[in-house]
Design a protein around this ligand. Structure first.
Ligand code: ZN
Length: 169
């Protein structure tokens, strides 16, 4: 089932998600619904707070649905290692049409649980490292605009306010 993606400044986006404690069918269904929602919106990552569920769960698929092996579900994830630096453009499904460069670590290692509650570790570089950091930020209530330079952030927030006034946001 496709879910509704909430946009900034919906308060749920700024709240830290609750740790997941029940690894049940409901959680698996939520993850599947999040994949469906993300593919429909042509995104590569989606965090539960973006569908108004304040839980530490995110899905990522760099292949955008083309390669089932790239489907990643991260439950209660954390970044446990960061290396290097990259400065690339990012977007966010909660900020339609906004794309700006954000500083991120070049390589990261994440530790997370799967849908059954088993812990695993995974390394990511380049785009996958960015997706890990962007999505895990969402679970901490941190949005990518607040990772931009102050100048760019102000520009983006002004643009959003203008669109809100015009009824196009
Ligand atoms: Zn996002």
């Amino acid at each position: 089932m496709k879910l509704k993606i909430v946009k900034y400044p919906e308060p749920v986006l700024s709240q830290p998600g609750e740790p997941v404690t029940e690894f049940d069918a409901e959680l698996a269904t939520l993850a599947e619904d999040m994949f469906e929602t993300m593919y429909a919106a042509q995104g590569i990552g989606l965090a539960a707070p973006q569908v108004a569920v304040s839980k530490r769960l995110t899905v990522i698929d760099l292949s955008m649905g083309k390669d089932p092996e790239q489907k990643l579900v991260l439950v209660n994830p954390e970044v446990i290692l960061r290396e290097g630096r990259q400065y690339e453009e990012e977007g966010c499904l909660s900020f339609p049409e906004i794309r700006e460069k954000v500083v991120r670590a070049a390589n990261v290692r994440v530790r997370a649980q799967d849908l059954k509650g088993n812990w695993f570790e995974m390394d990511g570089e380049e785009l996958l490292a960015r997706a890990f950091q962007h999505e895990i930020d969402h679970l901490d209530g941190m949005l990518f605009v607040f990772r931009m330079s102050a100048l760019k952030r102000d520009m983006v927030l002004r643009k959003i306010r203008k669109m809100q006034r015009e009824g196009t946001w």
